[in-house]
Design a binder for this molecule. Structure first.
Ligand SMILES: O=C(O)c1ccccc1NCC(=O)[C@H](O)[C@H](O)COP(=O)(O)O
Length: 200
């Protein structure tokens, strides 16, 4: 099970995730997110990443600009999030960085083939990303994609094992489920999440 901890802003929490065995750590740079990282915060997380994949998450920057930001700050992966991005935006990002993930939700009626727009992986999320809201996984159980995909949206140490058993994703992603307040991560919750995801 591939585990991503998203919305990090400090080296301390990045190290907690990596030491707990997370496979990827994410930094959000949307203008409107409570987890929005500065360039310096993003660099600190990347520097603390060890062997984990580093993922830059955006939903409100032009894709080519986001890709240049990912390249400049040393991220491994760019995650383009939501309805703002179409196939041409993925082509523009892929011209700059080789690894792009497509984050979407079932209400957007996305193409569910992994790689449809050149992406390396799909992240299937709740309609409101980063909200911590749970969503109905029963539809996903019917439509789960083939290939590399991650489940996100309202996951927590308490429910991730059950969600994994229900839909068998290749990976899981969490943000607010490992926070004590919006944007404020907890190293203890990060460790508990990674352990629970591995048990699922
Ligand atoms: O986290 C945010 O604030 C955010 C804002 C806008 C677009 C994407 C955002 N996060 C992307 C993620 O990959 C989150 O980890 C994912 O949505 C799951 O969030 P949560 O339900 O809080 O675990």
């Amino acid at each position: 099970m591939y585990v991503k901890i998203c919305g990090l802003r400090t080296a301390e929490h990045a190290r907690a995730a990596v030491d707990a065995g997370a496979d990827a750590i994410g930094v959000v740079m949307n203008a409107t997110s409570p987890r929005r990282a500065t360039d310096d915060e993003a660099r600190a997380v990347v520097e603390a990443s060890g062997a984990a994949d580093t993922v830059l998450v955006v939903n409100d920057l032009p894709s080519a600009e986001a890709a240049r930001t990912a390249q400049r700050l040393g991220f491994d992966v760019l995650q383009l999030h939501g309805r703002a991005y179409g196939e041409a935006d993925f082509a523009a990002a892929l011209a700059v960085v080789p690894r792009v993930w497509r984050a979407t939700s079932l209400d957007l009626d996305p193409p569910l083939e992994v790689g449809a727009w050149g992406e390396e992986a799909l992240l299937l999320d709740a309609p409101k990303p980063g909200s911590g809201e749970r969503w109905d996984l029963s539809e996903l159980a019917e439509r789960a994609p083939d290939g590399r995909w991650l489940l996100a949206g309202g996951l927590s140490p308490a429910n991730v094992a059950e969600a994994v058993s229900a839909v068998r994703p290749g990976g899981v992603d969490v943000s607010s489920g490992v926070e004590v307040a919006p944007g404020e991560k907890s190293s203890d919750l990060i460790r508990a999440f990674v352990a629970a995801a591995r048990r699922g």
